[in-house]
Design a binder for this molecule. Structure first.
Ligand code: NAD
Length: 324
């Protein structure tokens, strides 16, 4: 199998640096026409420069590929509309959207200001709405689309001093779930990525978070030297390209790329405990049955609100039958 993107049009937000830049170059190398979107600000989202996106477009064209630059911000509704407009004007369709643009403004939870919260939610979470909604409409008409939301281990597992960022990134998983459910019948698949790479964002992580010793205490157990060769952005791109391909059948999945190890990540519900609805359970019942409630050895992975009803009702019926 060879993964190619001939005839496909890809929009990559934040395509001027780091991870997004590598996606743009590799998508173009494999035949995609690429819209390189980048506002060109700093790693904390200050300032703007057209040169950032332009340089990637130039590199793609020099290598014989096709690309156009977009300098709009994903953080506004108008920006998202303009990014999609650039793709439609230049190439007449949109097959792929990679929501990747973003920046960090870290601080202790209790010290985060509205400005830090709004800016980070605005670029990561609302930015994905602004770009994906107009692109989705185009994809729906075409009957084909591949959408990738850049989530983060920070959002799904947690990272101190990143409450704003983690909330935005976990929010993207919620967004992805719904876009995937609604999009599937239109040929639109949506997934979320948890990437890992050493990029300029590392400079935006003040070391103050190390005061949280139950997390920082782990650092000495991690053999970072063993994975140093895997921290380049390019180790994320193979998974990304697969998820954006026609060959990909996955939708509503979260996938982690960590130093060349690719793995699915999922949310599951345990089989749980029920008294068979004999009576209203008490908080003491919950305490007594905590082990069963939290036993993940038997678990389900609901893919919509309603899918959790199926195993839950099975469990309730079994408990009812057992108490007869
Ligand atoms: P990066 O700073 O190298 O790239 C992000 C790009 O987004 C920059 O070029 C920036 O100019 C652009 N951008 C910022 N605000 C924008 C806006 N409003 N509109 C358009 N473009 C804008 O960082 P990166 O490490 O390559 O991160 C890419 C994505 O991956 C981000 O969403 C980040 O949160 C996520 N991520 C990165 C890591 C990692 O380990 N590097 C881990 C988890 C998630």
């Amino acid at each position: 199998m060879t993964i190619r993107f001939d005839g496909r049009v890809a929009v990559v937000t934040g395509g001027g640096n780091g991870l997004g830049r590598d996606y743009c170059l590799k998508l173009a190398e494999r035949g995609a026409r690429v819209v390189v979107n980048d506002l060109g600000g700093s790693g904390s989202g200050q300032g703007a420069s057209r040169a950032t996106a332009d340089a990637v477009v130039e590199a793609i064209r020099t290598a014989g590929g096709q690309a156009v630059a977009s300098h709009d911000s994903v953080a506004t509704r108008e920006g998202g509309t303009a990014i999609v407009g650039t793709a439609m004007k230049a190439f007449g369709r949109i097959d792929i959207v990679v929501n990747n643009a973003g920046f960090l403004r870290n601080d202790r939870f209790e010290d985060l200001t509205d400005q830090q919260i709004d800016a980070v939610l605005g670029v990561h979470l609302k930015g994905a709405f602004h770009v994906t909604q107009p692109a989705y409409r185009v994809m729906k008409d075409q009957g084909y689309g591949r959408i990738l939301f850049t989530a983060s281990a920070s959002g799904l597992y947690g990272h101190p001093w990143q409450a704003n960022y983690a909330a935005a990134k976990a929010g993207l998983v919620g967004l992805m779930n719904v876009v995937a459910l609604e999009g599937e019948r239109h040929g639109i698949l949506a997934n979320a990525l948890l990437p890992t790479a050493t990029t300029r964002l590392a400079a935006e992580v003040p070391q103050g978070w190390m005061e949280v010793t139950n997390v920082s205490g782990l650092l000495e157990r991690i053999d970072f030297a063993a994975v140093a060769d895997g921290m380049g952005v390019e180790h994320n791109t193979p998974l990304v390209l697969y998820l954006l391909s026609e060959q990909c059948r996955s939708t509503q999945g979260c996938y982690s790329a960590l130093a060349g190890r690719y793995a699915q990540v999922f949310i599951a519900s345990a089989q749980g405990w029920s008294n068979g609805l004999r009576s209203l359970a008490s908080p003491e019942d919950v305490a007594t049955h905590w082990e069963e409630i939290t036993d993940l050895r038997r678990h389900h992975r609901p893919r919509s609100v309603y899918e959790e009803f199926l195993p839950a009702i099975e469990r309730i019926k079994a408990a009812k039958a057992a108490t007869k």
